[in-house]
Design a protein around this ligand. Structure first.
Ligand code: FAD
Ligand code: EGU
Length: 465
């Protein structure tokens, strides 16, 4: 009793740096535990911003992300503002559309609006009396020995703040992480992929969605790929993935139409030739980076979460989901170690690094596989095989994306299991071919032995044996 009382007398101050998706959610998690939470975000409050700059407009929210939202009582609210996607819709070059379900009836992912989700999370964090939001506070630097942080404001003024724990949720180009890079025995790697992405809006037609809304629409074209997710305002956000050098080859409006005519002809009437030509040149293609590092903490004063710890390429739709799951994992370890940061932080690194690295690898693997040889036929075929094997052996063969998307199986265990399943599938194939071969041999033997019997019978008659 005394211990908890003494702890309550001076609650520790937790500084969450970054008020993006993971930072805002994390503020809720720490506030719920009763810490004095201070959130610092470099941009202005997006709830007041007129134009929201940022990355992708909408995102696929799946099980891991939902579980994290549930922990802070936000799941229902966010789900209600999302659009369920029960299946992918594969668009072939000839305009044919083929749906491939994600799983059983109740298994779907949600298309959610990034800005709206961020706003809801900030509002939720603010409802705790023990949180303080500091917008227009850009972390410039901090001291790993003292925990003292320096923030710069838009007017050029500086502010120094001290906290007991610094939680770095400041995204793929994290300023918090800079101090990690100066330390010994810190592993760090970052890789830019040759592809960029560009977002294009497909407006409603006669006030209705231009395509079926409850699908994740995909146009797989090997090195080029487009994906479209529905929005509440009945538009679709199409994301075109393409090597930068190909983006750069297209310099005129006519070339844009020519390119779409060749690879995505069915989308031209839906997006509209004029809109397409305008939107294509509105913003340059954006880069995608994969970041891996280890450890995620320094002593008992600082920890990285979300993209700051692990930026992944978006080819599994897991970046935000993994970042949200980081928050649950940290929270569970806080329970286990009674909020003792000296024990919690190393344990968090120990438990979480293998899983975040696994999803970073998976996303990169999928990027490489898709760009190498995934056209619509191959995509449909592969997903069908996965689904059929799962249907006949639901306990033995579980598709990788199912474990990743619809369960909280640890990412590194999903990968292990996937390797194991591939061995099983290989053995099955071997058994199948062996059986086929044997049955051929047996049937041949049968034919032969029948012939032999007949011959024997004739001979025996002739010689009256
Ligand atoms: P961010 O969202 O980057 O937030 C970081 C915040 O920190 C920002 O608000 C920033 O202003 C602030 N900040 C930065 N520097 C400082 C500083 N020095 N001081 C103070 N504040 C600072 N994930 C999914 O789960 N599903 C998807 O379908 C999906 N699709 C994607 C599609 C694309 C094209 C891309 C690029 C990503 C996609 N992702 C998806 C990944 C997802 O966007 C990220 O994983 C997620 O945004 C990470 O959240 P975060 O809060 O860690 O970082
Ligand atoms: C990319 C950009 C289909 C949103 C991976 C599937 C994505 C998303 C897939 C983006 C693909 C690719 C999966 C989900 C999802 C598929 C998945 C990718 C959402 C293996 C807003 N990916 N994404 N895999 O299975 O598990 O449908 O920008 F084309 S959701 Cl690349 Cl489940």
């Amino acid at each position: 009793m005394e211990r908890s009382a003494s702890r309550q007398s001076r609650k520790k101050v937790v500084a969450v740096v970054g008020g993006g998706l993971v930072g805002a959610l994390n503020a809720c998690f720490f506030a719920k535990r009763g810490f004095d939470v201070e959130l610092f975000e470099s941009r202005e409050d997006i709830r007041r911003a007129k134009i929201v700059k940022g990355r992708s407009i909408n995102l696929a929210l799946s099980h891991r992300g939902r579980q994290a939202l549930k922990h802070v009582g936000l799941e229902e609210k966010i789900v209600a503002q999302g659009i369920p996607m029960h299946a992918r819709m594969i668009h072939s070059l000839d305009g044919k559309q083929s749906p491939i379900p994600y799983g059983r009836k109740g298994q779907y992912i949600l298309s959610v609006d990034r800005a709206n989700l961020n706003k809801e999370l900030l509002t939720a964090a603010e409802t705790y009396p023990n949180t303080k939001m500091n917008f227009d506070h850009k972390l410039q630097d901090w001291n790993a020995e003292t925990g003292l942080m320096t923030f710069v404001r838009l007017d050029g003024s500086k502010e120094q703040v001290k906290a007991d724990l610094i939680v770095g949720c400041d995204g793929a180009f994290s300023a918090v992480r800079k101090q990690f890079l100066r330390r010994s025995r810190f592993d760090y790697s970052q890789t830019y992929i040759p592809h960029g992405y560009m977002e294009l809006t497909m407006p409603p037609i006669n006030g209705e969605f231009a395509m079926k809304p409850n699908y994740l629409h995909i146009w797989p074209r090997n090195t080029f790929m487009m994906i479209a997710l529905p929005n509440l305002d009945k538009t679709f956000t199409c994301t075109l993935f393409m090597p930068f050098e190909d983006f750069e080859k297209i310099t005129t409006g006519d070339e844009v139409i020519e390119f779409f005519q060749k690879y995505f002809p069915d989308t031209i009437p839906l997006i509209g030739a004029d809109t397409l030509q305008r939107d294509y040149f509105r913003l340059p293609a954006q880069a995608m980076v994969s970041v891996k590092c280890n450890p995620y903490h320094i002593g008992d004063t600082c920890v990285l979460m979300g993209d700051a710890a692990h930026a992944v390429v978006p080819f599994y739709g897991q970046g935000m989901n993994a970042g949200f799951e980081d928050c649950i994992v940290f929270d569970e370890i806080m329970d286990q170690f009674n909020e003792d940061f000296r024990a919690v932080l190393p344990e968090y690194t120990r438990v979480r690094v293998p899983d975040d690295h696994a999803i970073a690898d998976l996303a990169m693997y999928n990027y490489i596989e898709m760009r190498a040889h995934v056209n619509s036929k191959w995509f449909i075929f592969r997903k069908y095989v996965d689904n059929i094997l799962h249907f006949f052996m639901p306990k033995t063969i579980i598709p990788l994306y199912t474990m990743v998307t619809f369960t909280r199986t640890r990412y590194h265990e999903a990968v292990k299991r996937w390797h194991w399943q591939n061995k099983v599938k290989y053995l099955e194939k071997m058994c199948f071919y062996t059986a086929l071969h044997l049955s051929t041999v047996i049937s041949k033997v049968t034919v032969l032995s029948e012939a032999a019997l007949k011959a024997a019978a004739t001979l025996s008659k002739q010689f009256s044996i």
